[in-house]
Design a protein around this ligand. Structure first.
Ligand code: SAM
Length: 214
């Protein structure tokens, strides 16, 4: 199967998975969703005149909290699942346009955003380098990126990754801290910093920060 076919097949599987989960997502994973969004938001250092893009915005936790923290900053959300976008729409986050689309082909002009964020979506991306190229492209020169995701350096994540690879067609793979840092550097981001941490006694995550060269 070609890379493109593989990508398309996985995106269909992601849409199907989140069509099934959208109605229960926030309730079933309340602690996880809040804690991971907080890790992303803690690192964005936005100013009110800046424009943020949240990729794989899902049910809108990052966008909703962002609106509370920065009432007049610009923000846009994109997700591949219309069902998850519908959940965000129902929350009526003011002045946040939502678009459906893939991280691998962002429907925005180059050099549009001051900051791009993504929380708990990276492990679905079938071609991470293609998606990182897209994130870099839509950032303004000197723009920042913050990605939070599961971290393969922790045992619970490795077990979950193996299980999902076998039994869940939407899942692609998880990465460790060093590997994610390497991907970002290879994608020509600079000032790459990846931190790993636990958000519960069991679950390990990481957040990467990087910048498009000025
Ligand atoms: C675990 S949810 C996380 C949602 C939200 N960011 C949060 O923190 O709660 C993963 C989301 O990523 C989206 N997603 C997965 N692959 C994607 C892709 N290639 N492009 C855009 N969105 C994608 C899914 O549809 C889903 O809404």
């Amino acid at each position: 199967m070609s890379n493109k076919d593989g990508q398309r097949k996985r995106e269909v599987a992601v849409r199907r998975e989140y069509g099934r989960l959208a109605a229960v997502y926030d309730k079933r994973w309340t602690h996880y969703v809040r804690a991971s969004a907080e890790q992303t938001l803690d690192r964005i250092n936005l100013t009110e005149s800046e424009l943020l893009l949240d990729v794989g915005c899902g049910s809108g936790e990052v966008l909703q909290s962002l609106r509370r923290m920065y009432p007049s900053a610009g923000a846009v959300g994109i997700d591949i699942s219309l069902d998850m976008l519908r959940v965000t729409k129902e929350k009526s986050v003011p002045n946040v346009p939502l678009t459906s689309g893939s991280a691998a082909a962002l429907p925005f002009p180059s050099e549009t955003f001051d900051i791009v964020t993504s929380t708990s979506a990276f492990h679905y991306w079938r071609d991470p380098m293609l998606s990182l190229d897209e994130l870099l492209r839509v950032l303004k020169p000197g723009g920042r990126m913050v990605i939070t995701d599961w971290c393969h350096d922790y045992l619970a994540c490795r077990i979950c990754d193996q299980y999902l690879r076998l039994f869940n067609a939407s899942h692609f793979r998880t990465y460790g801290k060093e590997e994610l840092g390497g991907l970002l550097t290879a994608a020509h981001f600079e000032d790459v910093l990846v931190e790993r941490y636990k958000i519960s006694w069991l679950w390990g995550m990481m957040t990467a920060q990087a910048r498009r060269p000025a």
